[in-house]
Write a protein that binds this ligand. Structure first.
Ligand code: ATP
Length: 220
């Protein structure tokens, strides 16, 4: 008798990646491991709706991301938000992935606790849960209480284990404390670059080299 093929498990880590750093990349690897994902799509926002314009063009941020990922198994630099016009709404990104993967796949959107705190302000936040699960990654220095709107949005959705989450294709919220919590932020990386200070070991070396070669992030 043939064994049923288990549904695909796909993670999504969106962000500005302005620029990508080891906090993003290490989290993506540990997320893949913690949830036994087949792959993790890292998707740079062309035009993030809730923040100012990133300092570097979308295609360049994607190139830095691809360089940072290199040949890391299971991590994918996904250009899909660059191919769309207008603001980069995550709900559209998840809808396009869901269409590609079909209804049975487990689709898991991951985001850091800082980004999670603003989730209720996103475009059509309740629709996100029809399309994907949410994994909230603990970040050092970000531990504020949830707003009433956010608490209402995730009410009844929280689960305690990955197994529970994987019982269905979408709709649950899981908090994850990944083993390596790196207090690296792109803001700090940009500040250091603009001030001519070292960013060694905050970024993959190939990413630092390209930034220096192209003279990116020299001003704030
Ligand atoms: P900025 O400082 O410009 O706000 P950032 O470093 O927070 O940038 P983003 O591109 O905004 O990076 O983040 C993309 C996603 O990665 C978000 O969900 C964010 O919470 C998460 N993230 C960012 N830095 C880390 C880190 N050091 N560890 C774990 N997750 C992170």
């Amino acid at each position: 008798m043939s064994q049923a093929v288990p549904p695909l498990r796909v993670g999504v880590l969106g962000g500005t990646f302005d620029p990508v750093h080891l906090g993003h990349l290490r989290s993506a690897v540990e997320l893949q491991e913690a949830l036994a994902l087949d792959r993790v799509h890292m998707i740079p926002a062309a035009s993030p709706p809730l923040r100012g314009m990133p300092s570097v063009a979308p295609a360049e941020r994607l190139a830095l991301l691809a360089l940072g990922i290199g040949d890391t198994p299971g991590l994918v630099a996904d250009p899909r938000e660059l191919d769309r016009d207008g603001p980069s709404y995550t709900v559209d990104t998840l809808a396009s992935l869901r269409e590609e993967l079909g209804g049975a796949a487990r689709l898991i959107m991951a985001l850091g606790h800082d980004a999670f705190l603003k989730l209720a302000e996103w475009h059509r936040p309740e629709r996100l849960f029809a399309l994907a699960h949410l994994a909230v990654i603990h970040r050092p220095d970000f531990d504020a209480p949830l707003s009433p709107a956010l608490a209402e949005l995730i009410a009844e959705r929280e689960v305690d284990t990955a197994e529970e989450m994987m019982e269905r294709p979408a709709g649950a919220v899981l908090r994850l404390a990944l083993p390596t919590r790196m207090a690296i932020s792109a803001t700090e990386v940009r500040r250091r670059l603009a001030e001519g200070r070292s960013v060694r070991y905050l970024l993959p070396e190939a990413v630092e080299q390209r930034i220096r070669h192209r003279r990116l992030y020299l001003s704030r």
